[in-house]
Ligand binder design. Structure first.
Ligand code: KIV
Length: 287
């Protein structure tokens, strides 16, 4: 099957008969291989990297270098899904020139597009990136890089004025050239209004079923991250639980001498054993 492209994603509106888009985050080569083999459409190397991989409390700590490092690991797998590199906080807020250079760093690391958070006020930066031939995915609603400004991770767009502002922002992103828009943490009715208002696909997370696609974080979907379960997460596996049980079994086998077994060890042949003076040793008999 051929590589998923930006124009192909741009055309995927459910209202015109397309199947919903499937996006998942991944941060390394094994994760990218899993996403590829699962047949998803897009891999987002999200700045959630900060929280689910690097152990930070929020997403504000990761740098362009961190993101490029992980984009590279995903891209080296050459996955069929479109690779989207997330632009970290402050990488697109200071100057247009820095913004384009930072977006380019993610493309040079192997992404085919970038994502950034925010609405109309980000339009000049989005236009500059698009002008450099780099496709941009927008991100509206609960934008985690604004956690301090929002006063926490709170559902956005509940009030009429906020819902209308979201629709205006979505129009602004579409006009600036975004090929798709992530909608995070908004009521499903509002996500539906935004989705109806734009011609590019919306990809929801905590935004209900009416978007043109869905995205989940790798560690949430697979149950690797089990400390918090937001309402919108559906766990399809319990890999943390399985992993802990497997490691505990390994520890028990080592401590009781059951691991490694004879079959799991390398052995000398008879001549080699004899040369070491190991006549009649277990090794010389069973190489
Ligand atoms: O960084 C991330 O994982 C994201 C998704 C939650 C959309 O931005």
């Amino acid at each position: 099957m051929s590589k998923v492209t930006v124009p192909a994603v741009r055309g995927r509106k459910v209202r015109t008969g397309s199947d919903p888009l499937v996006m998942v985050t991944a941060y390394d080569a094994p994760g990218a291989r899993m996403a590829d083999e699962a047949g998803v459409d897009l891999i987002l190397v999200g700045d959630s990297l900060a929280m689910v991989v690097l152990g930070y409390d929020d997403t504000l700590q990761v740098t362009v270098a961190d993101m490029a490092h992980h984009v590279g690991a995903v891209a080296r797998v050459r996955p069929r899904p479109l690779v989207v590199g997330d632009m970290p906080w402050l990488s697109y807020h200071v100057s247009t020139a820095d913004t384009v250079r930072n977006a380019a760093a993610l493309i040079q690391a192997g992404a085919q597009s970038v994502k950034l958070e925010g609405g109309a006020k980000r339009v000049p930066m989005i236009e500059a990136i698009v002008d450099a031939e780099i496709p941009v995915m927008g991100h509206l609603g609960l934008t985690p890089q604004s956690v301090n400004a929002m006063g926490g991770y709170k559902v956005q767009g509940r009030e009429r004025s906020a819902a209308m502002a979201l629709i205006d922002d979505a129009h602004a992103l579409e006009e600036a050239g975004c090929f798709s828009i992530v909608l995070e943490g908004v009521p499903d009715e509002v996500a539906r209004m935004v989705t109806d208002a734009v011609s590019v696909p919306t990809i929801g997370i905590g935004a209900g079923p009416h978007c043109d696609g869905q995205v989940l974080v790798f560690h949430d979907l697979l149950g690797i991250e089990d400390r918090i379960t937001p309402k919108f997460v559906r766990r399809y596996a319990s890999l943390k639980e399985q992993g802990v049980a497997a490691m505990a079994a390994y520890a028990d086998d080592v401590r009781t001498g059951r691991f490694p077994s004879h079959e799991e060890s390398y052995h000398l042949n008879g001549t080699q054993a004899e040369a070491l003076g190991l006549y009649g040793s277990d090794a010389s008999r069973t190489a």
